[in-house]
Design a protein around this ligand. Sequence first.
Ligand code: CP3
Length: 335
Amino acid sequence: MSNLENILRNKVSCKSVWFMRQAGRYLPEFRKIRSKNKNFIKLCLNSKLSSEITLQPIKRYNLDSAIIFSDILMVPYALGQKIKFTKDKGPKLSKFNTKHFLNNNKRDFLQKLSPIYKAIEITRKKLDKKKSLISFIGAPWTLLIYMFDIKKNEIEIDHNKFNSLKNFDQVLNQLIAYLCYHIENQINAGADVVQIFDSWAGLIPKGKLKKYCFKPNAKIVSFCRNKNIPNICFPKGIKKKYEDFNKFVKPDAINLDYEIDPLWAKQKLKNVVLQGGLDPKILLKKDNEILKGATKYIKAFNNIPYVFNLGHGLLPQTDPDKLSKLITFYRNFNG
Ligand code: CP3
């Protein structure tokens, strides 16, 4: 059993480190491949390159876990929406069509995403048995933001774009079903853990958190529990509601974002493995500030099951050598 899987299944306390967006633009070896592969979706569907990129941070830092190089938007892509990644503006999806969406079938979905599953197979064979291969999905709310092109500064008005949809419940349930299918396929291909990214949960209007965040995440976690799949949730930006989220959803682990105070988390988040928390922006600062920031988390979670990670993904401007120093510091920390 891999180190991360052991922590999640058996709630043991031992050292384990990986980073969100560990395979990405801050690494020169990634940028080299990326510059020759301008189409991001095509790159995600190139099993050989995707596997190579997944292993880049493992080779460089000997991290405890690899996360498959792909994107949360591959699911909307497989369900029929075209995706454009434009510089600065982020991803843009073609217009959502309810009829087309509800007409999807599992066979086409499987065929479209089979290169991801192949990449997982290839990677698993190359990866040390003690290391986890993490699969992931986007949570429904975070995906709906992109699928319906919701403007993040007008969320209160704009989320009615899908809320007022006649078949909204049907759309949501179908999305959840395909997300569970994608989890299962990734696990069958050789991944041993799944992380569920609800990166935009912090934008959900007051009073709607249960409907758009807790309930969909709970459905997916309960699917994982039934299939015995270790799971990590990341409801980013919901502040003190992390406590209610944990009680309602009951994931195996929860990734803290950088707004959550580690001591508060230790006190309030029970029966769950904690992961991450450190602000990725701290890696842009001087060494002593980075290590001071890291110490806060390492000390707070010293004697409980904790996976070292960040409070959001690594920033593209991160210096790879600073990350190396942080990893060494964490690994050598006694206290
Ligand atoms: O973490 C990893 O190393 C694994 C791969 C991974 C990517 N995206 C690769 C990627 C994972 C787990 C994701 C998740 C993802 N994708 C999320 C949830 C996590 C988060 O960061 O909040 C979201 C919201 C997306 C959607 C997405 N994909 C955006 C907004 C963008 C463009 C802006 C950005 O942050 O880069 C992407 C593109 C993307 N996905 C890149 C990578 C390495 C950059 C591609 C490039 O331009 O080279």
